[in-house]
Design a protein around this ligand. Structure first.
Ligand code: FES
Ligand code: FES
Length: 132
């Protein structure tokens, strides 16, 4: 199941076979959880990352209660962030996701949700680590 950035031509696959659906223990010290909602439609996305001691993302998963574009966007992001450092992952942009999935303008807020979710997950992780 290799799906590195720029690897697949068939991004439609993300709509039909979302990757990395699931949950990590949100209380675990090396897990960051981002939970975000889209005011426009009420859809909700939870995206999680698991990091090593240096802040490299070793795993990522999501649960999205929303439209197909939101699900596909979260799927893409969980693929992209694996192997990235958290400080790199926060730079993922909504328009890169939208372009990758060829989303129409009316669906841009769906990929925005994924951008918000990864940032929120990193923020959660950092807040947790500061408390330790
Ligand atoms: Fe999977 Fe690009 S097709 S991340
Ligand atoms: Fe709202 Fe897609 S329609 S997240």
């Amino acid at each position: 199941q290799t799906c590195a950035r720029g690897y697949h031509k068939n991004v439609v696959d993300h709509f039909e076979n979302p990757r990395n659906m699931g949950s990590f223990d949100k209380d675990s010290a090396n897990v960051g959880t981002g939970l975000v909602g889209a005011p426009a439609c009420g859809d909700v996305m939870k995206l999680q990352i698991r990091v090593d001691d240096d802040g490299n993302i070793v795993d990522s998963c999501f649960k999205t209660f929303g439209c197909g574009s939101a699900i596909a966007s979260s799927s893409v992001v969980t693929e992209w962030v694996k192997g990235q450092h958290v400080d790199q992952a926060v730079n993922i942009k909504n328009d890169e996701i939208a372009k990758h999935l060829n989303l129409p303008p009316v669906k841009l807020h769906c990929s925005m949700l994924a951008e918000d979710a990864i940032r929120a997950a990193v923020k959660d992780l950092k807040q947790k680590q500061q408390k330790q």
